[in-house]
Design a protein around this ligand. Structure first.
Ligand code: NDP
Ligand code: GDP
Length: 323
């Protein structure tokens, strides 16, 4: 039985990855930080199957002690301050979690057992002001937020520890991936939650920022499979994971309203400067041909199916909260 240590297990990706690893009969150990409120909503259904250990990406001693005690075969580093706008409000903290946190986990591996396989959750936000389209593993980075900058550090420190110390360390450059478990501050979930509220008469409008930004949106459940595949190869490497399709925020809004049976979506959408960013990533579209070829990975859920899945889940959740 293999053991996997997952940081960020309470997040969107942590919940899908835990499901995948448990189905593959792993012993799954999740690192959580101490909070005074319950943050286990996304993994409530797995709570008896996961072992929890308390640690924080800010605290080297806690991470090293956990790795020493758990002795994992694989570590998936999903924990991060992951929301772009917050990274302008808290740039130093974002650097501590999202950038230096990666070094702390790698240092723990080096100190305890350099044979542990490591996955780093890198991001298409690293491409930022894109140099070419579609973006692939060799596309230069030009991050546009403190979050993107921190992720570039996390990517290169992963590559550097692989090259310096021979660690099996992979960086997965994942494009935006969504699900009914996505945080409500991210645009897709904000839209599907907002549309469901309007449909049920609980809200009258949906306030958004830049509707012209384009993203390559996939389904989180498909993307965690790529994470696992990266750690099962003969050699560690870096991979772009994306659908290869791009859509604007406006297209997402339209599709979400349509999924709820509302045609005249423009009546409800209000552009609010509060949600416009100081620097924007205008267009992301990934070329995942390396992952398709080397890992045999492919996405299964398409754009419209994803939007419908999220709208239906929010409608169901809000309806059952009302009865
Ligand atoms: P979420 O925001 O849903 O989850 C983030 C997780 O990190 C939570 O479990 C959170 O714990 C944990 N965390 C944050 N800070 C710390 C800390 N200091 N110590 C320990 N744990 C901490 O993110 P996702 O699941 O969507 O994303 C997973 C990873 O993939 C992130 O690194 C993200 O940046 C990256 N990524 C995501 C993409 C996406 O589209 N979803 C695209 C590309 C990369 P808590 O519950 O306590 O807050
Ligand atoms: P990101 O790609 O990691 O920043 O994911 P988000 O879901 O937060 O944002 C995706 C895109 O949607 C960005 O270009 C945002 O500028 C745009 N956007 C437009 N309106 C909003 C909004 O109200 N909230 C968020 N989060 N993003 C918005």
């Amino acid at each position: 039985m293999k053991t996997a240590l997952v940081t960020g297990i309470t997040g969107q990706d942590g919940s899908y990855l835990a499901e995948l690893l448990l189905a593959k009969r792993y012993r799954v150990v999740g690192m959580t930080r101490r909070t005074s409120t319950d943050v286990h909503e996304r993994i409530r259904h797995l709570i008896d199957d996961i072992e929890f250990v308390s640690g924080d990406l800010l605290d080297q001693a806690s991470i090293t002690a956990i790795v020493e005690r758990v002795r994992p075969n694989e570590i998936y580093n999903l924990a991060a301050q992951s929301f772009v706008p917050t990274s302008w409000d808290q740039p130093v903290l974002t650097g501590e979690f999202t950038a230096l946190g990666v070094t702390r986990v790698l240092e723990a591996i080096r100190a305890v057992d350099p044979s542990i396989r490591f996955y780093q959750a890198s991001s298409s936000e690293m491409f930022g002001k894109v140099h070419e389209s579609p973006q692939c593993e060799t596309t230069p980075f030009y991050p546009r937020s403190p979050y993107g900058v921190a992720k570039v550090y996390g990517h290169w420190i992963t590559v550097n520890y692989r090259e310096s110390y021979g660690l099996y360390a992979c960086s997965g450059i994942l494009f935006n991936h969504e699900s009914p478990r996505r945080g409500k501050e991210f645009v897709t979930r904000k839209i599907t939650d907002g549309v469901a509220r309007i449909k049920l008469g609980l809200a009258q409008e949906l306030r958004l920022g830049n509707l012209d930004a384009k993203r390559d949106w996939g389904f989180a459940g498909d993307y965690v499979e790529a994470m696992w595949l990266m750690l099962q190869q003969e050699r560690a490497d870096d991979y772009v994971v994306a659908t290869g399709e791009t859509h604007s925020v406006r297209e997402f809004v339209r599709a979400a309203f349509e999924a709820a049976g509302i045609e005249d979506f423009e009546r409800y959408v209000v552009t609010d400067p509060a949600f416009v960013r100081p620097a924007e990533v205008d267009l992301l579209v990934g070329d995942a041909s390396k992952a398709r070829r080397a890992l045999g990975w492919e996405p299964h859920v398409g754009f419209n199916e994803l939007v419908e899945m999220m709208v239906n889940a929010d409608l169901k959740r809000l309806q059952s909260a009302r009865v």
